[in-house]
Design a protein around this ligand. Structure first.
Ligand code: NAD
Length: 499
């Protein structure tokens, strides 16, 4: 579907500024690229607003056909019936293919999302390859156990696939969040029907190519491009055994409710509003840098963004001023400039959401600081937003309670550790949290008290495929990554043999 240019790209060769040619996308069903009977949807370059290509919009009939093909492939045993180690070998081959095509993957991801190319290479593509390899390796460890019982019998457990998995993903980390479902689900022996975000569907199509070439049998992996309607038709299909969803809390609630009615397995990885606590005993310079990275990374479109900063009062003003001043030096620009750290937002609806929060903050008399404070709109085209700090905000304000999902940081002072923890825990969300401190006892005490699925101490944003991520409270349930991420795609059967 794509090719990377070897020579300097020109507009005439259709390759363009990203150095990669993207063909119109089709659906991948039953191991074949097929056309949809439905419309085509445009995919845009967030840095310019120009159309990159179009992809098929899956209809309800396409969804039905895809689930049928996946069901048949699963029930035939062509994948679930393989020794787990053999499935693992296929995944390890796929990881190698991602690495061979890493530059192409990175360029397509940056073109589609607006992510700076250095992050697409260093984080998104390398994590995706590592995750596929990790679950390929872990596949060999899927095993039951022999149990001793109170009667004369041989008793053991088997770990089996769930069946057909619907993997529905959001726009902000398309490749990584697809692979965090596809890799463990396939390792466990499931068939996967994947619906990526309609805003950023392109690397999912590359994954179809890679998995086919690696040896995943026809029908075991499917890609349906399309929007919320296609997602809903997929999640509602009673032939689906599990829905693995990452996205907004609003959509996650409807998916979890429907999965309850259908008695399907479900994991929902949802929104966040993560608090970063800076104590006066921290290395303040390092803490300021960490806080900036925590809210500008991926232009703030990071479910685990450190979007709420709580600062101990003696260093409060110093930290607020330092963040507002230093965030002006973080390079904002074209994702394909090697030095860019903040790219555009992925779509106009995300930029408008940020702007509407900032308009409201100004109307409410909030102290607005940082390079985005003047409200000036970029004139160069594309959906750019600059870092903005909202200082002294009230705990019950929408700026603190609601997910803004852009490069906007709220800052509040605290006087005691207890108050810091109380404020940190006082939102509906519980995805991540962090604290910056020089006191090791405080580090453990506060890490235990924070209501979040992941806590960073003296840092922010570092993730590892071996460490599970997932929500507390309205950030959802279920875990991705680590062995826990594999367990989510397995069920246990007991076998009892009379002797
Ligand atoms: P979204 O909920 O709008 O869309 C997510 C996916 O669901 C898309 O593929 C969309 O087409 C599909 N969808 C929409 N309506 C649907 C329906 N009724 N039934 C089934 N599918 C439907 O989310 P988004 O705007 O793409 O992503 C941003 C959100 O995702 C933020 O809230 C962010 O915090 C969250 N997120 C969470 C994590 C995590 O790990 N917890 C990671 C990344 C993003």
């Amino acid at each position: 579907m794509t090719s990377v240019a070897n020579a300097e790209p020109t507009a005439a060769d259709g390759i363009g500024r990203a150095g990669v040619k993207v063909e119109p996308g089709r659906l991948f069903i039953g191991g074949e690229w097929v056309d949809s009977g439905g419309d085509r949807r445009s995919v845009y370059d967030p840095a310019t607003g120009a159309e990159i290509t179009t992809v098929a919009e899956a209809t309800t009939a396409d969804v039905e056909q895809a689930v049928g093909a996946a069901r048949a492939a699963h029930d035939s045993g062509v994948w679930a019936g393989l020794p787990a180690r053999e499935r693992g070998r296929v995944l390890i081959r796929a990881a190698g293919l991602i690495r061979e095509r890493s530059e192409e993957f990175a360029r397509v991801e940056s073109l589609d999302t607006g992510k700076p190319i250095m992050f697409s290479r260093m984080i998104d593509v390398s994590t995706a390859a590592e995750m596929v390899e990790y679950y390929g390796t872990l596949a060999g460890s899927i095993e039951g156990s022999v149990r001793s019982t109170g009667a004369p019998m041989m008793a053991y457990t088997r770990r089996e696939a769930l069946g057909v998995v619907a993997a529905i993903t959001p726009f902000n980390f398309p490749l990584v969040l697809s692979v965090s479902k596809i890799a463990p689900a396939l390792a466990a022996g499931n068939a996967v029907v994947h619906k990526p975000s309609e805003e950023t569907p392109l690397t999912a199509l590359l994954m179809a190519d890679v998995l086919r070439e690696a040896g995943v049998p026809a029908g075991v992996f499917t890609v349906l491009t399309g929007g919320g309607e296609a997602g809903q038709a997929l999640a509602n299909d009673e032939r689906i055994d599990k829905v693995a969803f990452t996205g907004s809390t609003a959509v996650g609630r409807t998916i979890a409710a429907r999965a309850g009615e259908n008695l399907q397995h479900v994991t929902v990885e949802l929104g966040g509003k993560s608090a970063n606590l800076i104590f006066a005993d921290a290395d303040i310079e390092a803490a300021v840098n960490t806080a900036i990275n925590g809210f500008v990374y991926n232009t703030g479109q990071f479910c685990m963004a450190g979007s709420r900063l709580l600062v101990e009062r003696p260093v409060y003003e110093q930290v607020v001023e330092a963040i507002a001043a230093a965030s002006a030096y973080v390079p904002v620009g074209d994702p394909f400039d090697e030095g860019t750290v903040i790219g555009p937002m992925t779509g106009p609806r995300h930029l408008e959401k940020v702007r509407s929060f900032l308009r409201r903050a100004k109307a409410d008399g909030v102290r607005v600081l940082g390079p985005g404070a003047d409200g000036a709109e970029e004139s160069a085209g594309g959906w750019f937003a600059r870092p903005t700090v909202l200082a002294d905000v009230a705990q019950d304000s929408p700026f603190v309670q609601e997910e803004i999902f852009g490069p906007v940081l709220t800052v509040q002072p605290f006087d005691t550790e207890e108050e810091a923890v109380r404020l940190a825990n006082d939102t509906p969300y519980g995805l991540a949290a962090g604290l910056q401190t020089g006191d090791v006892k405080r580090a453990h005490r506060v890490a235990a008290a924070l209501q979040a699925g992941l806590v960073w101490v003296n840092g922010w944003g570092v993730l590892d495929v071996a460490m599970p991520i997932g929500g507390y409270k309205a950030s959802g349930y279920g875990r991705e990554c680590g062995p826990e991420g594999l367990d989510e795609y397995l069920q246990t059967k007991s076998v009892l043999i009379g002797l």
